[in-house]
Design a protein around this ligand. Structure first.
Ligand SMILES: N[C@@H](CCC(=O)N[C@@H](CS)C(=O)NCC(=O)O)C(=O)O
Length: 216
């Protein structure tokens, strides 16, 4: 297996997952700034044109963090950051989808359509006019989550899961690219501080983070 890595938040999410699972994989660095992930040889294997990708031993390119988490959980079941039973895994997937739909996907789209629109214009459809609405969506999602976190310390009740990693890496990134969390969201900030204290949080940062100051 080879992990196609980059200085970006979704690859960081996979790095943190691997650290929590105590797994080490050979790494191939992809230069996303230079558009290496959009070259024909990359696209031919991964039409989504994005990172991370896991190149499996049979040569298949597996993209999408959710699919990669699932695959690695099946290969290396313990510790399971998805759940120990079919019910727990389904519950984790349910929360992951909610967090992606309400928070992380609009947060990343705000980044693509805003500060880096010029770099991404020839890669994807850029809709700058959507930024104000997307920002409202993210805020609404965070408000919703803040209320839920009054009753628990992790997103999926009673279990630290991959969903905490998905949200933490997105919000940490957002904090440095013009999307800080509202200070009034106290439960969310307490949850974030606990995530930030996990040993995997600093170790999962890409070496480029020390140069750019961006948390990816
Ligand atoms: N849904 C995908 C999202 C992956 C994604 O957004 N990757 C970004 C980096 S965080 C990327 O490759 N951006 C560069 C590009 O689109 O050219 C996943 O979960 O893996």
């Amino acid at each position: 297996m080879i992990f196609c890595n980059a200085a970006r938040p979704n690859p960081r999410c996979l790095r943190m997952y691997l650290l929590e699972k105590r797994l080490t994989l050979p790494i191939r660095e992809i230069d996303v700034d230079a558009g290496e992930n959009r070259h024909p040889e990359f696209i031919q294997h991964n039409p989504g044109g994005q990172v991370p990708v896991l190149i499996l031993d049979d040569g298949f390119w597996l993209a999408e963090t959710g699919a990669i988490f699932q695959y690695l959980k099946e290969k290396y079941p313990v510790p399971s950051l998805l759940g120990a039973t079919p019910e727990e895994r389904a519950e984790t997937r349910m929360w992951q989808r909610r967090i992606e739909r309400r928070i992380t996907e609009p947060l990343y789209a705000t980044f693509h359509y805003g500060p880096v629109a010029a770099m991404y214009r020839n890669r994807m459809l850029i809709l700058p006019e959507c930024v104000p609405g997307l920002e409202k969506l993210v805020h609404d999602g965070l408000l919703w989550l803040d209320a839920l976190l009054a009753w628990r310390t992790v997103i999926v009740p009673h279990r630290f899961t991959v969903v905490d990693i998905v949200l933490y890496t997105a919000l940490d990134f957002g904090s440095r690219v013009g999307q800080p969390c509202d200070n009034g969201l106290r439960n969310l900030h307490a949850w974030f501080a606990a995530m930030d204290n996990r040993p995997s949080a600093p170790v999962s940062l890409h070496p480029k983070a020390a140069v750019t100051g961006i948390r990816y």
